[in-house]
Ligand binder design. Structure first.
Ligand SMILES: Cc1cc2nc3c(=O)[nH]c(=O)nc-3n(C[C@H](O)[C@H](O)[C@H](O)COP(=O)(O)OP(=O)(O)OC[C@H]3O[C@@H](n4cnc5c(N)ncnc54)[C@H](O)[C@@H]3O)c2cc1C
Ligand SMILES: NC(=O)c1ccc[n+]([C@@H]2O[C@H](COP(=O)([O-])OP(=O)(O)OC[C@H]3O[C@@H](n4cnc5c(N)ncnc54)[C@H](OP(=O)(O)O)[C@@H]3O)[C@@H](O)[C@H]2O)c1
Length: 496
């Protein structure tokens, strides 16, 4: 067991890619007596679980924030307890649609010790199977506590632990046989949040939209519940947004919907040309939904008789389990779109025994690995170099907030082209070191030339929207095929 560390039990919230690599990193330390991975779904896989049967009803009120849409549940008074099953929407189904393929080259998406079976862009069942297998590969499947939602995380001061903080987790497991929720509590020395941030959909506030959704029930949906274009056969469809979901959906709807498929966008992506692909008509941002059913755009044009509006406007992080009162501060600042008092997108200034893996928009799986190794090393008290002082951590946060505000960029987006991703990963390398001579602890993987090349050159979409031409791999750059393009330094990770 680990040398002199006080942390003996660690809870991980979530069994997606972040939870999978976190469990492996914790186990590799051989320093903890208890590691538990709580997962509200029936299996590991996170985002990559495909939910075929979802109701395409609107999951989000326009303009509403996760705190309103996904509030904490009421916890029964005396635990353990058996209670009526929860009926509140918890957003636990995933947004995976039938045709979805990965958009990050496989070499950068897989963890360093196991590659995807094929790539560079694989169908969605590959990462799901991969994540499940990853738990088995590391014998961490026994850590999984499935169908169990963490409903509350509260700080407690445990006298036997030198006054340092422990965490009380309130857990809810649905028992389908008896149709009841079983509630109980468990205490841990440390907690790692790996609960993802693509669950709670976001729909912007637009004048008249709320009334429109009431007047035309089912007409407005979010990409979270989109599964296939078949449902939209011969329909007049308006897609909102042009990031990954908006691009994929509008392109595949061409095959079934009435043409043109309308796509409302407010900015240009690096892969778009000056003209939309054949079958798509671009519209600007919506100004207002009028009471007569017309949809008015900012350029004064309007559409009527639209059968479906699909909001591909993304997601917002949600932490309903974080007990603000008991923990003395919120975890997430909705207004600023950032964690409260965090460091390096992974650590918390006020809670040395709390960590988060998977939040920044950067390389996905592979960067989770660096975060997980650093946290495991810190919790095992084997980090060769301490984290900077609290003052320095605070200064990092303040400085970043200011710079990002000036640049109109999000706090947790980490860029590639200016070397920020390298610097970020380098930080984890410093705090992780090599583990022990006798093999305890994982070692952060190298960022190989091969991987850098793949990140910079392998693209799912052809830049400039020139979809008909051949890529340098000889394939045509059609839907779901990949191409090699010249390295573009700007916004290399912009599609993630
Ligand atoms: C449509 C879509 C396509 C994507 N495509 C790509 C891609 O091609 N390539 C890529 O690299 N990335 C892609 N991503 C990003 C993707 O989310 C990441 O790759 C990665 O899967 C995130 O892993 P995670 O473990 O952080 O989160 P998740 O996969 O979301 O896992 C979090 C887990 O935590 C569980 N959980 C949440 N709250 C609780 C709770 N209170 N108690 C217990 N369990 C809880 C959830 O059920 C979930 O299983 C895509 C995302 C979306 C939405
Ligand atoms: N593997 C895949 O191919 C795949 C497919 C789908 C999703 N994903 C991943 O899933 C995650 C979420 O992607 P996402 O596309 O769902 O969401 P997203 O990347 O957050 O994009 C949201 C989109 O909504 C637009 N938007 C927001 N408000 C708008 C408004 N009022 N009017 C018009 N447009 C508006 C944004 O425009 P601005 O750009 O102007 O902000 C942006 O285009 C990403 O990590 C993505 O890579 C991957």
């Amino acid at each position: 067991m680990g040398g002199g560390n006080k942390i003996k039990s660690v809870a991980v919230i979530g069994a997606g890619a972040a939870g999978a690599v976190t469990a492996a990193a914790l186990k590799a330390e051989e320093a903890f007596d208890v590691i538990r991975v709580f997962e509200r779904r029936e299996c590991a896989g996170g985002t990559w679980i495909y939910d075929a049967a979802v109701q395409p009803h609107l999951l989000a009120r326009p303009g509403a924030l996760p705190a309103e849409l996904d509030p904490p549940l009421e916890i029964p008074q005396n635990l353990p307890a058996v209670a009526r099953p929860n009926k509140q929407e918890r957003f636990s189904t995933t947004p995976i649609y039938s045709s979805l393929t990965t958009n990050v080259p496989e070499i950068a998406m897989s963890f360093s010790d196991a590659r995807f079976p094929y790539g560079p862009f694989a169908p969605h069942h590959i990462p799901r199977q991969y994540i499940e297998n990853y738990f088995a590969l590391h014998n961490t499947d026994s850590f999984l506590v499935l169908s169990t939602t963490v409903e509350d995380v509260s700080k407690i001061n445990h006298p036997s632990n030198d006054g340092s903080t422990q965490w009380k987790l309130t857990l809810r497991k649905y028992d389908a046989l008896q149709d009841v929720d079983i509630w109980w509590e468990e205490i841990f020395d440390a907690v790692i949040l790996a609960n993802g941030h693509y669950s709670v959909p976001t729909i912007p506030y637009v004048k008249g939209l709320e009334d429109y959704t009431k007047k035309y029930p089912g007409r407005v949906v979010h990409s979270k519940t989109y599964r296939s274009p078949i449902l939209y056969k011969s329909k007049r469809v308006l897609v909102i947004g042009n990031s990954a979901s908006g691009t994929d959906l509008s392109r595949e709807l061409i095959s079934t919907a009435q043409l043109p498929v309308y796509q409302s966008k407010r900015s240009k992506t690096w892969w778009e040309g000056d003209e939309p692909p054949a079958g798509i008509e671009w519209k600007p941002v919506i100004k207002e939904y009028l009471s007569d059913g017309r949809i008015l755009f900012e350029d004064g044009t309007y559409l009527d008789d639209i059968d479906t509006v699909i909001y591909c406007t993304g997601y917002k992080p949600s932490y309903p389990f974080w007990n603000i009162e008991k923990n003395g501060q919120p975890l997430w600042d909705d207004r600023k779109g950032k964690l409260v008092k965090s460091y390096w997108h992974t650590f918390f200034q006020d809670f040395p025994n709390l960590g988060i893996v998977g939040l920044p928009r950067v390389l996905t799986f592979r960067s989770f690995e660096y975060q997980a190794i650093a946290l495991a090393r810190l919790f095992a008290n084997r980090n060769p170099v301490p984290l900077p002082s609290l003052l320095e951590q605070q200064a990092w946060e303040d400085r970043r907030e200011e710079i990002r505000r000036q640049e109109h960029r999000k706090f947790h987006d980490i860029t590639w082209e200016d070397g920020e991703t390298h610097e970020w990963l380098q930080g984890f390398l410093k705090w992780s070191g090599l583990g022990t001579l006798t093999g305890q602890g994982r070692i952060p993987p190298p960022l190989t030339k091969e991987m850098v090349w793949a990140i910079e050159n392998l693209k799912k979409y052809r830049p400039g929207g020139d979809d008909g031409k051949k890529g340098s791999n000889g394939k045509s750059a059609g839907l779901n095929e990949w191409i090699v393009v010249e390295s573009r330094k700007r916004d290399v990770l912009g599609f993630i």
